[in-house]
Design a binder for this molecule. Structure first.
Ligand code: CU
Length: 141
């Protein structure tokens, strides 16, 4: 019986302490408001950037080498730089990304004409990366 009392006492004191600290944060409206704003910003940025593909670029390849889309689609690709410096070029639809190195990223949008079909090659235009196999295929079907 005595042991139970010893166990309960610290639990009760912890409850009292946490009760005090939570009531302090509730009365402090500034902190709770700023947390709400942060959450809203996070969700809105996710909403505004709906990415169809995320492609990482490293020496000397794209992490995804096959992209599929339908005529009239607008596809969004997030490019992430890795090892080396690379870009993403798709001549037929006049798409050229910035040069991206490790830590860089860029979101590009490819507007596919409604009369487009077939396969189109995208590639990295840096140095001889295309010849080294840094290519991929956009398949429109
Ligand atoms: Cu490259």
């Amino acid at each position: 019986m005595k042991k139970r009392v010893f166990i309960l006492l610290p639990v009760i004191s912890i409850l009292i302490l946490t009760g005090c600290t939570t009531s302090n944060t509730v009365t402090n409206n500034d902190t709770s408001d700023s947390q709400d704003n942060r959450n809203q910003n996070d969700s809105s940025s996710e909403d505004s950037v709906e990415v169809d593909y995320t492609i990482e670029m490293s020496d000397h390849k794209f992490s995804i080498t096959e992209i599929k889309a339908s005529p009239g689609d607008s596809i969004t690709i997030e490019l992430k730089g890795g090892q080396g410096i690379h870009d993403f070029v798709l001549d037929e639809f006049s798409v050229t990304s910035r040069l991206l190195s490790s830590g860089d990223s860029q979101i590009i949008t490819i507007d596919i004409p409604s009369n487009a079909s077939g396969e189109y090659e995208f590639y990295c235009s840096v140095s001889n990366h295309r010849q080294l196999g840094m290519v991929g295929t956009l398949i429109i079907e």
